[in-house]
Design a protein around this ligand. Sequence first.
Ligand code: BES
Ligand code: MN
Ligand code: ZN
Length: 494
Amino acid sequence: MEIALLAGAGIEQETDALLVSAQPGPRLDAMGAAADARLDGALAAALTDAAFSGEVGTTLVIPTLGRLPARRLVVVGVGAGAPTPDGLRRAWAAGARAARDAGARRVVSVAPPAGDLGEERAYRAAAEGVRLGLYEFLEYRTQDRPTRQIERFDFAGESESARRGLAAAAAVADAVSFARDLVNHPADAIYPERLAEIAQEVAASAGLECVVHDPAALEAMGAGAILAVGKGSAREPRLIHLTYRPSGAARGTIGLVGKAITFDTGGVNLKPTGSGLEHMKSDMAGGGAVLATMRALAALAVPFTVHGVIAAAENMLSGTAFRPGDVLRAMNGKTIEVISTDAEGRLVLADALTYTARQGAELLIDLATLTGAAIVALGPQGTALYGTDQALVDDLVAATAWSGEKLWPMPLWDEYRELIRGDVADLKNSGGRWGGSITAALFLREFTEGRPWAHLDIAGPAWSEKVTAYAGKGGTGHGVSTLLAFLERRAARE
Ligand code: BES
Ligand code: MN
Ligand code: ZN
């Protein structure tokens, strides 16, 4: 589907669906009011009859019965008050879905309300909502394929800022959709070696460097933690390293690190039936988000060197699997006593964090579906955010004002460090049940080489059990939008 600008679009536009907005009242926007006048007040009457509230996410589809060149009107509620990025995404996602479900192939939309956001941001948010709201994963579906699809979506407008907004939306929404795809593909299709191939393809098309470290290379680097996790699987582990270099002089070096357990059985500490094993293909969501983010950097002209490092392994149970009690030596020389083979994410990240710090990253951000405890703490939509640098944590939270993702700062209490002190080795890989997300983060901190570091435990929001405002069931692409917003904000400031 293409999203473009259409100069001079108005109520005389011939189209399958003309999308207008309304605030509670209902108060139609100018295009809606013009349409209402042409229909002798029938549009306003229909909104009243349907008790249309105008809240964000509400929609009403009205056939025009030949009285307008547009075959139907789609009214989207935008809520009272000033438009917000997330409100615009939700409103236009709902409007696009309603138009699609009504059978429209071609949609023309009024310009989104801009308020203090400015035109570029308003178009960008609305267009992101359209693309993300219409996302579907149909790769494996041979029956009951949806027949309704929007082929063309035009926004009224012609300004340069509107055009920039749509271009940015395309880059970001493509990246988020790509991250969703990576999660939604089954683990039999995306295993570490295949993920590395996909990364090579991304690198080739997006102009990134890509180096893939196989087990022999990992052995030579002393990456004993990721090697141990990968040992039980017939699919070998890979450490995938992408580098983005800006076209001008780089204004700093940032490291993004992702956990990519392409399937997490729990290993010898096998996850029981009923614990959501069938969703554990999503345990590579952090790595997928990093790969997807890397893909969008050039389009957004990010002025930093960015290392994207993905620790890919499959946590399986077999005669060659690592065991509880095993002692591993990580790349930074620290020894780790395995308490649970199901606490594998922090092991692969240990080596990936050290590796990335040693590439010269001045700050590190990792994303990982790391702990069930983070879901217990913040529920299915919340990301537990940790960091050793308050300014970095604050910047990530500030980026969510644009992305709309829910990040919540959590403590790195030094008192809990003793929970992960090893008996026979330096560290143990589990601090037990209580504060499980915190002790996992404290474990990761041991491998950050003292660099400013932030950790996003995305175990909850990486996957959705239900259709939401602008994502379907399954992979959400969570984190991509926040990372990109973080980088853009930093670029605008420095
Ligand atoms: N991948 C899981 C965490 C997870 C759980 C993600 C549910 C998404 C949904 C992780 O590898 C894991 O198994 N963590 C353990 C750690 C424990 C053994 C210390 C957990 O949270 O139970
Ligand atoms: Mn696990
Ligand atoms: Zn895991």
